[in-house]
Design a binder for this molecule. Structure first.
Ligand code: ADP
Ligand code: MG
Length: 147
């Protein structure tokens, strides 16, 4: 497995976290995968809100915890925002059609819950901190392909 640190930034507000998400989204194309890891309330949804704002300005973004997936489409880019917290295993992923969402940017909260959800290469966004803490946001490019 190859892991490359792209950047590590501190965020002292939800707006800053959104901005960091928006900046990453600028670099992404349909087919890219973003795995978001962090405790409840870390700011994973805030980060994706920024991504969605970059892709479809003005869209309102809510947590997909109950809906499981929200989609944002504009200008040839499609963002699919998943929260798989309530799923248990790969069968659940299959039953929600997780693998059928292909021609899109996938942003997946709680990706560490079901290892099978991860593709061969992806962006790993790790957010440390919660509550009033300053967040540490680390963005890595992970490649698991055997070379
Ligand atoms: N620096 C920060 N970045 C992101 N969220 C923050 C920050 N500081 C405080 N918050 C608050 O933390 C909460 C993060 O919620 P959310 O994005 O839904 O987290 P998660 O999806 O990881 O459970 C929000 O209530 C937000 O206002
Ligand atoms: Mg969330």
């Amino acid at each position: 497995m190859k892991k490359e640190l792209l950047y590590e930034i501190l965020s002292d507000s939800p707006e800053k976290t959104e901005k960091i998400g928006a900046d990453l989204a600028k670099e992404l194309e349909n087919g890219d995968f973003v795995a978001l890891v962090g405790d409840l309330g870390a700011g994973k949804t805030a980060f994706v809100r920024g991504m969605a704002e970059q892709i479809t300005p003005g869209a309102s973004v809510c947590s997909p915890t109950y809906a499981i997936v929200n989609e944002y489409i504009a200008n040839g880019k499609r963002l699919c925002h998943f929260d798989i917290y309530r799923l248990n295993d790969e069968d659940d992923l299959i039953s929600i059609g997780f693998y059928d969402y292909d021609n899109c940017i996938k942003a997946v909260e709680w990706c560490d819950k079901i290892e099978e959800a991860l593709p061969e290469s992806y962006y790993l966004v790790t957010i440390l901190g919660s509550g009033e803490d300053v967040r540490n946001i680390k963005i890595e490019k992970v490649c698991t392909e055997e070379k």
